[in-house]
Design a binder for this molecule. Sequence first.
Ligand code: CTP
Length: 398
Amino acid sequence: MLEGKKILLGVCGSIAAYKSATLVRLLVKAGANVQVVMTSDSTNFITPLTLSTLSKNPVYHEYFKAETGEWNNHVELGLWADIMVIAPASANTMAKMAGGLVDNLLTAVYLSAKCQVYFAPAMDLDMWKHNATRDNISQLQSFGNILIPPGSGELASGLHGEGRMAEPEEIVNFLADDIRKKLPLVNKRVMVTAGPTYEAIDPVRFIGNHSSGKMGFAIADELASLGASVTLVAGPTAQKSKYHNIKRIDITSAAEMLEACLQHFNQSDACVMCAAVADYTPAHVAEQKIKKTEEQFSIELKKTTDILKTLGKQKRNNQVLVGFALETNNEEEHAIEKLKKKNLDLIVLNSLNDSGAGFKSDTNKVTLIDSQLNKTHFGLKNKTEVARDICAKLVELM
Ligand code: CTP
C-alpha cells in the first residue's frame, strides 16, 4: 500500500523521537519515498544525520540553510507529499497545528500541505488527559487530520498510562490500512486475462501469436493498486506482476483459458479480457512429433470458443465486462460490432495502423467505447498509463 508513496514525516521534540529512526526504516522498506521535517527541539533527541541516512534524503529543520542562506521551501515540501505523518506529535506542536500558529518549518509545512495528514501523539499521561489537549485533538480531527491513537504503558516520566506513541510497526500498519480502505476498488473482485494462447500441433509445436502480455499485466497491477482482488489468467508470457497478492493462474491453450475463466467469472465483479486468444486450434493434436515426410502439409483447424462472448451471455447486471478489439480497418465500426455482439460494457480499441500500438511494444494508443457508444480517444502512451486510463473508466462503470 505504501509502495511508491511520497511520505513527509514530521518529527517533534519528544523522547519518542528515537522511534522515528525505526519508522523511517520501515516506511522505506515498504517502498515509500520519505522526507523528514524536524522541529529544532526534536534534534536534541535524534540527529538529522540519522534520519537523512535512513531516508536517503536531506532532512529539514530550519527555514534557512545557514551556510548558503537558501530557503527551505515549505510550500514545495507540503505539495510534494502524498501523505504527511507527524510522529511523534507533541502537545505543543498539536496546539500550534490546531491554532494555525506557524513558528517553525514543520508547522509551516503542515499549513501548506494539501494531502491527508496523520498525527501520532506522544506525551505524558496528564498532558494527554488535559482538556487543552482533548480540544486540540478534536480541532485537528475536525480539519480532517487523522489521529493514530497512542498506546498505554510505561511513560518516560515513570508514570504508567496512556500517551505513549504508537509503535512504528503499528503506525505503518495504520497508514497502510487507512489507505487501503479508501481505495475505489476495495472489496471488488476483478478477473483479467493476459498474453497469448498456444495451440498444440504435436508435442513440440504450437500455433501462437505475438502478444507479450504487457497490457494485461499492467491492467492487473493497476487494479491491484486500486484495491481490487485480482485474478490474472495468463497465457505463456515472461511478464511478472508487481503485486504479490495478484492471484495468477497460468494456462496454455484457449480451452484452458476458457475453463479458468468460467471457474472465476461468477465470483467476479468485473472482467477485463485482454488476452489474445487463438480463434482456431488444430482439429487433431498428433501424439508423436510429426516427421517431415510430406512435401506439402496442411493442418486442419477448428474454431475455439469465444470466451468473451460466452461470458457476455452469462453476465449479470451487476457485473462489468470489458473486451479488447485489435483492428486493421474500419476500426470503430468493427469494435462497436464486437461490443454489441459480445454484450460488453466497454471495449478498448487499438488499431494496428497506429505506430507504437498493439502487440509487443511498450506503448499503446487506445479508444474506449462504452455501451452508450461514448467514445474517448487517447494519445500514444506507455502501457502503464494506458492501464490507468482503462481502469479509471472501469471504476466509473463499477
Ligand atoms: N476473445 C475471446 N475468445 C476468443 C477470441 C477473442 O475471449 N476465442 C476476446 C479477446 O480477448 C478480446 C476480444 O475477444 O477481448 C476481441 O478479440 P479480437 O481478436 O479482436 O476479435 P475476435 O472476436 O476474435 O474477432 P476477429 O478476430 O474476427 O476480429
